[in-house]
Structure formats: C-alpha cells, structure tokens
Design a protein around this ligand. Sequence first.
Ligand SMILES: NC(=O)c1ccc[n+]([C@@H]2O[C@H](COP(=O)([O-])OP(=O)(O)OC[C@H]3O[C@@H](n4cnc5c(N)ncnc54)[C@H](O)[C@@H]3O)[C@@H](O)[C@H]2O)c1
Ligand SMILES: O=C(O)[C@H](O)[C@H](O)COP(=O)(O)O
Length: 376
Amino acid sequence: MKIVVDENMPYVEPLFGALGEIIPVNGRTLTPEQVQDADVLLVRSVTRVNAALLDANPKLKFVGSATIGTDHVDLAYLAGRGIPFSNAPGCNATAVGEFAFIAMLELAARFNSPLKGKVVGIVGAGNTGSATAKCLEAYGIKVLLNDPIKAAEGDPRHFVSLETLLHQADIISLHVPITRTGEHKTLHLFDEARLMSLKPNTWLVNCCRGDVIDNQALIKVKQQWDDLKLVLDVWEGEPNPMPELVPFAEFATPHIAGYSLEGKARGTFMLYQKLCELLAIPVTKRLSELLPPFHFKAVELEQAPDEKALLQLARFVYDLRDDDAVFRNGFARSNGFDTMRKNHKHRREFSALALAYHGQSEVDWLSNLGFSGVGR
Ligand SMILES: NC(=O)c1ccc[n+]([C@@H]2O[C@H](COP(=O)([O-])OP(=O)(O)OC[C@H]3O[C@@H](n4cnc5c(N)ncnc54)[C@H](O)[C@@H]3O)[C@@H](O)[C@H]2O)c1
Ligand SMILES: O=C(O)[C@H](O)[C@H](O)COP(=O)(O)O
C-alpha cells in the first residue's frame, strides 16, 4: 500500500509504518503525478484536494486531513468518487484555545491592562471557540458566545447576537470556519463597516482563517485607530501576508495557533484510527506513547498565582513572543511563511506541566485551565 503524506505531518512513521510504504511530499506543491498511484493520501491544510489533483488516480482508498478545517478539500468530489475522507475535528482545539488565552495575557501585560475584569466575545462556539472559553472561564473571565448556527440547532448555552458581542466585549476572538456563501458566510465577516464599529480599545484575536477579516480594511482602520490591538495568526493571501499589516499586529505568527505537539499527534492519530477502521484492522498504537516527556517535571507554587505569575507559568509552556519575533524576521523572505511553519518547534499544552501546591482548593482553577497534577 502506498501512503503519500505531507512531510510536515509528525508521527507518521510510528503510526503508519507497518501499514505500507510511506512517501513524504511537500503538501503545498503536491502534483497529480506524485499522487497518481497512491492508495492513501494524508494532507494538511496547504494541499488543495480536488479533481485536478486526483482525477489521474483510479485506486485511492482514503484521504485524510490532520486538520480541523476542511476548506482545502473538495468534499463533494471525494463523495462523488466514493473515496472515504476524514479530517481531525477537535485535534488542535486545546492548542488554539491556549494560544488565544496566552495572547490575551500577553496583551494585558504589555499594555498594563489586566485581563481579569474584561469581557471576551467569542465568535464561533465550536471546538476551538469552546476551548478558548474554557480557559477564560477557568480564570474567571466573563465570556459572550456568538454562534447563530449552534443557537438554531438548540445548543443549550447562552448566545448573543454579533452586534451585542461587538458592543459589550473588550476582546473579540474569532473561531469560525471560512465559508464563502450562505446566510452565515464568514468571508470578510469583519469588513470595514464592522471593524469601524468596534469599541475603542478593543483587542481582536484571529486564529481561525485570514479572510474572515478584510485585511485591506484592517490596515485602513488601524491607520486611524491605534487603540485597536491585534493578534493575528492567520492572514489573507497565505503564505504571503500583506506586509503593511504585519507591523500593525501586536503579536504576529505564521498560522501556528494549533501547533502543539499534542494537537499534531492527535491529528495524525485520528487519521490512523480512521484508516484502521476502514481496513478493518485493530488499532494497536497508543497516542500517549508518541509524546516525549516535558522538560519541566513540575513547578512548585508558593501561593496561588496572580495574573503576572499566571503569565510566567504560561510562558513555561509556550512563550508566544518567540514565535512573534521569528515571524517578524522571516515572513517577508522567499518561502518564509512555510519555512517557519515547517521548522516550528512544537510547543506543549498546559497539561504537560505539573503544578505542585499545598492548598488544593485555592488553585482548582489551574486544573480547570488545563495544568496537570495541581495540588499534592
Ligand atoms: N490557526 C490555526 O492553527 C487553526 C487551528 C484549528 C482551526 N483553525 C480554523 O478555525 C476554524 C474553527 O475551528 P473549530 O474546531 O472551532 O471548528 P468547529 O467546526 O468546531 O466550530 C466552528 C463554529 O463556527 C460556527 N459558525 C459558522 N459560521 C458562523 C458565523 N457566521 N458566525 C458565528 N459562528 C459561526 C459554527 O456553527 C461552529 O460552531 C476551523 O475551520 C479552521 O479554519 C485554525
Ligand atoms: O484547520 C486546522 O486544523 C488548522 O488550520 C491547522 O492547524 C493548520 O495546520 P496545517 O495543516 O496547515 O499544518
């Protein structure tokens, strides 16, 4: 069995090695010739999976994408040909939630304006939006959710309209898929008019898809309103973000919000499980076997952390400033965006860090935030 795999997908060898011959490829430049005799194709978000790529392959048995988003895959085409497809919903939700939360803590520290006491509006209350809300609520932050689709489906959580959210939230975090048609389309959901309607001193975090914000309009608005603070992980025109926009972002990163080691491992593992199911063979590998130990065994707390100490703890796990510095230095270089993504030193999730403390009940919220081993 020939398994053609994006070379940026970790843990392929230990999971798929026994199932067939693994052929690593550059996902961004993958050609029909490279995939014409594949039995299995495993991609990430940079590969357009469509008729142009696959028409020449008569034997494909499975396509997997180790991602949450599916906007790069022509699902109707695969269904029409009867080729099973699976993505990895939720695989990197914790990573994105923690990324957004850490970004808010970083902004709070940079502008000496505590996160505690602010209201955060989350647009899109699926896996990543809910993971962000979980972190914020664990820390005692009021969260407003906007998701007209979930609301209409009868999701029991309380939802507000986008207008209410824009009016009441101090921070807005975007967690919608990119959709270009329909009643709830998200393409340029944040267009010039909506950006102009943001409250003074709003913080806007985008780690879903670049074109959910009209980036040209964002530049225009930022030229007028310096008090709008931006965290941008995703960009219109990836892998070539608008160079004028980058200096306007407080934190700028190359679409790596979901790049925790745990998230990437979960993504590959979910595809392994799916292929085993399709081939009717047992799942013999375990996700926990894949992850290396974290370099800090445990951190002992003398007292329950205040916001400054919480940021220090978060930085043990992931220091966003490092990725921001690398991005500013490298995004404009030829192939810079993709090179940064390829070479990204995958960070860990809060769960990798154990915390030790005498008074368990005072720090229960740190367990809810995701740290492990809290209390002793
Ligand atoms: N930056 C990254 O590394 C990264 C990582 C993971 C996911 N993503 C992106 O984030 C997106 C969201 O991921 P997810 O796992 O939360 O997906 P999800 O499908 O679990 O949730 C998306 C939610 O958005 C809601 N929604 C759709 N249109 C909306 C609209 N117009 N207004 C408000 N809500 C709307 C849906 O009802 C759904 O609940 C993905 O599609 C992907 O594009 C980016
Ligand atoms: O949709 C997703 O899951 C994310 O955007 C994902 O993190 C993208 O990463 P990539 O597949 O491009 O490596």
